[in-house]
Design a protein around this ligand. Structure first.
Ligand code: FES
Length: 101
């Protein structure tokens, strides 16, 4: 299992960030006091979700508009049908730890 630590204060509200976790790219999204981490690559095709927009606990792929639930990774809107891998997130003060499950 690999993990990475980030500063909570460095995560801008509503603006997803791409981070490397081992050999995987992870999209990290802060919504209020909560932080979510899902695979950065859209399951539909080759697009980085960290370049997409967040609304209502969902992230929208900028390429063809698929939406994924940031809490579960579930694909909510076509053209994506496959869920995203999700990563465990824990927070201790300013330290956010993201781990592969
Ligand atoms: S690449 Fe994300 S919806 Fe097509």
């Amino acid at each position: 299992m690999s993990n990475i630590q980030l500063s909570f204060a460095s995560l801008p509200e509503g603006k997803p960030q791409k981070v490397a976790l081992g050999d995987k790219d992870v999209c990290v999204a802060r919504i209020g006091d909560e932080v979510f981490a899902v695979a950065d690559m859209c399951t539909h095709s080759e697009a980085s979700l960290s370049e997409g927009d967040i609304s209502n606990y969902k992230i929208e792929c900028w390429l063809h508009g698929a939406e994924f639930d940031l809490r579960s990774g579930e694909a909510k809107t076509p053209p994506a049908v496959e869920s995203l891998e999700t990563f465990a997130v824990s927070r201790d003060g300013d330290t956010v730890t993201i781990s592969s499950k």
